[in-house]
Design a protein around this ligand. Structure first.
Ligand code: F6R
Length: 607
């Protein structure tokens, strides 16, 4: 993962690099560093911990220099210490790296045998030492040494290098991990995404996989994997220059939870016609009538959104759906056919596992659709058909509004598929569209339960383990609820299909174990409530999340949260608000870092 930035500027660059890194902190935040070159001399500052600590280091010991590179890290090889923080330096160069060098131990052995001394435990440092070896031993130019080193590296990476003695040069390369170049007035920039470059320029050129580039203040030259000079299109980026604020909320996550009625309404307005009560998808060339199967791939919360959508595609469009965690798709030897669509869901559009699964589908000539929150992302750029959500920037690491916007968009896509395939009558489409249009209001009502949920969360915060159960499309929501709780409160939590409890997990039930039961008063209600009674009969603490009718029918429980009445087909979108708030208040009660939980990053760009 990690975020990288580089600037060949006309002023001291360290403050601008720091500003760029602030916009990349979502990619990792366990250490950070900057290197600059001044009159040919390299200098660097690094710090373990969040960017604020590097900022203090720079205040105490500022860095001069008109050229520089910076890095914010998500540790893969080596713990998050200052020694392992980037940039990694030799006396010839400083280097930042995003990704993983898979053959690093073989290269490290080779370099150690030649007497090169390593100062860190990282895979990244081998790149720095390898380029240095070619500079020293073969007396190659920086460009030739860099190009030669690239041929030795395996894995996924984006790399940028600054050289001693070169005040007007940065070399960079992209293989797997994203990298964008930006053009200013007598200034050149590079960054992991256009958002990092937004304070400096909107003229952005994305490197393609295998590309590398030579940057000077006046221009950049891009080479492809065969070292041929190539032209890549410059685009005008729409990435926002402004930094997103908390607007009075204590955490971004709270703000993002409360934004859901608005952003879902925006997302729906992209796909629904409220007058005709029909779904109107943008023209993407995707023809659902040609599919005899749909494969969905995604990671984490986006995967759970896909799991819920599977119920919709199968019910409304009668398309058989196969769904995989993106990191596993390749290991299954899927028997692809020509009539198979492949849908990839990703908030960031940069998740390495999802991108790798997309490329695998491309090799098998699938028609590729993507659902993303970032229209300029790698996944969007590589898909045949792109659907976007209007969640706006999601800063909290735990996904909330992007998840519910994904659901809203997926419901629309599944309805459109149902109509196109002749499986959904106009009347049924109208009913579903009306129910979808009601969703923002229903979520706003659900959010009114905040205070009640906060009280329950005070009790949940005492638990060491929590189970979530649900049936039908509320089963994937149970998985999502458990994920939310564990990632921000660090309480162990698991989601189960309610009917599966008796096949093993019920052995865990005792009086210390809260079980969150997701059970709207729908056709599954009675069966799910029976499972809840099995929990209560064993002294488990049942927390029932249901509507008025459900709560009245279920009788006494340890605790309950009342949700508004919702169309049974769409209840997971509304009930998501309850599990999000429960996780949020549990985490704030425990005093964890809600927006930047330990060990996580917002954009996961390693496989
Ligand atoms: C959980 C969460 C992650 C992401 C996952 C995929 O709250 O945010 O599980 O959903 O890393 O990320 P995207 O959607 O960016 O591909």
């Amino acid at each position: 993962m990690c975020g990288i930035i580089g600037i060949l500027g006309s002023d001291a660059v360290a403050p601008a690099i720091l500003a760029g890194l602030r916009r990349l902190e979502y990619r990792g935040y366990d250490s950070a560093g900057i290197a600059t070159v001044t009159n040919g001399c390299l200098d660097r500052r690094r710090a373990a911990g969040k960017l604020a600590i590097l900022e203090r280091t720079l205040d105490a010991a500022p860095l001069s220099g008109l050229s520089g590179i910076g890095h914010t890290r998500w540790a893969t090889h080596g713990s998050p210490t200052e020694e392992n923080a980037h940039p990694h330096a030799t006396d010839r160069l400083a280097l930042v790296h995003n990704g993983i060098i898979e053959n690093f131990s073989e290269l490290r052995k080779e370099l150690l045998a030649k007497g090169y001394v390593f100062a860190s435990e990282t895979d990244s440092e081998v790149c720095a030492q390898l380029i240095t070896a070619y500079l020293q031993e073969e007396n190659l130019s920086p460009q030739d040494a860099f190009a030669k080193a690239l041929t030795r590296l395996r894995g996924a990476f984006a790399i940028a290098v600054l050289f001693a003695g070169e005040d007007d040069l940065i070399l960079c390369a992209r293989r797997g991990s994203p990298l964008a170049l930006g053009r200013g007035e007598d200034e050149i920039f590079l960054g992991s995404d256009a958002y990092a470059l937004a304070p400096f320029t909107n003229r952005v050129t994305y490197l393609q996989d295998g590309d590398w580039a030579v940057l000077t203040r006046s221009k950049f030259t891009i080479y492809d994997a065969k070292n041929q000079s190539v032209k890549r299109n410059e685009t005008i980026s729409l990435a926002m220059n402004t930094i997103v604020e908390k607007e009075g909320y204590r955490h971004f996550m709270a703000k993002e939870i409360h934004e859901q009625p608005d952003v879902i309404a925006h997302t729906l307005s992209r796909y629904l016609n409220p007058e005709s009560k029909t779904v109107c998808l943008p023209e993407t060339g995707l023809d659902f009538t040609t599919f005899d199967r749909l494969t969905i791939s995604a990671c984490g919360s986006a995967y759970y959104a896909g799991l819920i959508a599977k119920y919709w595609f199968e019910r409304w469009a009668k398309i058989p759906v196969e769904i995989d965690v993106a990191s596993e798709l390749r290991y299954r030897d899927v028997p692809y056919t020509d009539n198979c669509g492949a849908l990839f869901i990703s908030q960031s559009g940069e998740t390495a596992d999802t991108l790798a699964a997309l490329r695998e589908a491309r090799v098998h000539h699938q028609k590729i659709a993507a659902l993303v929150n970032v229209a300029e992302s790698s996944i969007a750029r590589e898909a045949d058909a792109v659907f976007t959500i209007d969640a706006g920037p999601e800063i909290g690491v735990a996904s909330t509004k992007a998840f519910t916007c994904q659901l809203a968009a997926l419901a629309c896509i599944a309805i459109a598929a149902g109509r196109a395939r002749g499986n959904l009558k106009a009347e049924e489409e109208g009913r579903l569209v009306s129910a979808l249009l009601e969703i923002p209001r229903r979520i706003a009502e659900a959010l009114k339960s905040s205070d009640a949920i906060k009280e329950i969360a005070n009790e949940i915060a005492k638990a060491t383990d929590v189970l979530y159960i649900g049936r039908g499309m509320n089963f994937p929501l149970a998985l999502e609820g458990a994920l939310k709780l564990k990632e921000i409160s660090y309480i162990h939590a698991e989601g189960y299909a309610a009917g599966e409890l008796k096949h093993g997990p019920i052995a865990l039930i005792d009086k210390s174990l809260p079980v969150v039961v997701l059970a709207p008063h729908d056709r599954h209600f009675e069966k799910t409530v029976s499972n809840m009674h099995e929990v209560m009969a064993r002294d488990g603490k049942a927390l029932l999340i249901s509507d008025k009718k459900g709560l009245a029918a279920a009788g006494d429980v340890w605790a309950s949260i009342e949700m508004p009445d919702t169309d049974p087909d769409l209840s997971p979108i509304v009930y998501a608000a309850a599990v999000q708030l429960l996780a949020y208040f549990t985490a704030t009660r425990k005093g964890t870092d809600v927006d930047q939980p330990r060990n996580l990053a917002k954009s996961v760009t390693v496989e």
